[in-house]
Structure formats: C-alpha cells, structure tokens
Design a protein around this ligand. Sequence first.
Ligand code: PAF
Length: 289
Amino acid sequence: MTAAVRPQVLVTPAEVRRRVAGRRVAFVPTMGYLHEGHATLIRAAREAAGPDGLVVVSVFVNPMQFGPNEDLSRYPRDLDRDLTVAGEAGADVLFHPEVSTMYPEGYSTSVTVQGVSDGLDGAARPGHFTGVATVVLKLLHLVRPDVALFGEKDWQQLAVIRRMVRDLNVGVEIRGVPTVRAPSGLALSSRNSYLTAEEQARAAVLSRALSAVQAAYLAGERATAALETAGRAVLAGEAGLSLDYLTVVGGDMQTREMVDNDPMNRVLVAARLFGVRLIDNMPLDPGAA
Ligand code: PAF
C-alpha cells in the first residue's frame, strides 16, 4: 500500500492566492488537531471539489475566538499528524498562517453577526462568535473557495457563518456536515483529548441526553419545556457535570414555547465535565435532518 500524499503546506496569503487561481476550490477551515470528524469534512470537500478541483484545509488556532480565561495556550496542536490525516482524506493544500499574518500590528477590524450570535455559546463566551466570524471571513477572502464545509457539531457557529455569508454577499456555498461520533455516542472534538478514556466514556451522557429529547419529540411531545426536561433528567445524576444549557431552538436559534415540524429544530447542549467545556446537538427529528 502506498502512503497518502501529504498536502502542500502554504503559509502566506500570496502563496494561497497563486495556488487557487482558476481552480474550483472546496475549503475546510479548522483549528487543527484533526480527527475523524475533520477527515469526514475533508472527504466531503474532495467530493465537492471534483477530480480537477483543489481541496484546501486551513489549520489556524484563532486567538480572536478565545476568551481571556479560555484554553488558547493549551489548545492541542500537532501539525505533523494533521498533514497525515489531511493527506489521507484527500487534501491538496494545507494553509497554516502565522498569527502575525492574520492579525498584523495595528489590526483593527472585526465582524459581529447579531441575533444568532447572542444566546447560548454567544452568551457563555462573550466575543467568541465575533472572533469566529472575523477569521472565517478573512479565510474565505484569502482562499476564495466555491464551497466551504463546516461540522454540524458547532451548530450555532454554522448558523452564524451562514448568516454572515448571506448578509455580506460573500458568494460561497456553505455546507454543513453531520457530526461524527465515537461508538459511545460522544461527538468527536479536538477538546476530547483533554479527557482520559474513562472520562470520554462518561461524557457520552451528553449525547444520551440529546437522544432522550429526540425520543420525547418522536413520542409526540411538542412543549419545549417538557422536551428540555427529558434531556436534563438524563444529566441530573451525573457527578462532576456542570450544565451550561440544554435548549431546544429553531433554525433562527430562538426558543419557542411549542415546537413545530421545522426540520431545522435542534436541541443543543453545553456542559463542563471534568473541567472541560463540551458542546453537542441533534435534530429533534433525526429523519428530517
Ligand atoms: O470550528 C472551528 O474549528 C473554528 O471555529 C473555525 C471555524 C476553524 C474558525 O476558527
């Protein structure tokens, strides 16, 4: 078996511009420490790019989206492994800019998407979505993709990016790709690496809580409070878990007293387990997703 070709590493905007010129480009922005969830995004990008297209993956741990007391300095990094994972999944180019390239001395512009950014993670992590929207817009300008792919695990982030792209006429297709889960149900995330194997197994309680909400919905429950209670009941007995939110929202990220049959209805959870903040979400109706 021959080893997969590792992607070409580019670090400057000028190199990227030259490389993408005239090509159909599918783009996967990441913060690195790539796992099977990212590999799934890259394989979907390979498909979207087509045989003559270019798949670009960015690896950039974006300081602007971390709060002062968050994990920026210890965020996991392993570029060598990222190159292997990205290459095996079909990436042609890995864009790995320096912080000083993305935010040079005197940098003073940011993008805030109102409404969808306000609640949930936007409330828990002030400034987070401004950091995300800003870096994603910069990356889209640099890479100029035809299509950009994002994981549905970060459901609110996806909503923020879709809104920004629509509002600012960015001219790129945004595709969401379903969450990849461990056999336990735990959503794959680079931050899972902070947890031991046993803690990861315990953290699967989050997906069980979301499944309980789905089950209540499929059994006919339509009152948001009752749906949320079904999910919170699963989390209630879990020692060491501090719940941030478990909330049912529509496609506009707003909560209503009663849910309708909108396929965009979703239940989102955020909790701190063993000192690590994890998020996850599922559609209310798995068949409609
Ligand atoms: O989801 C992520 O990994 C990041 O938030 C993103 C979209 C790459 C922006 O830094």
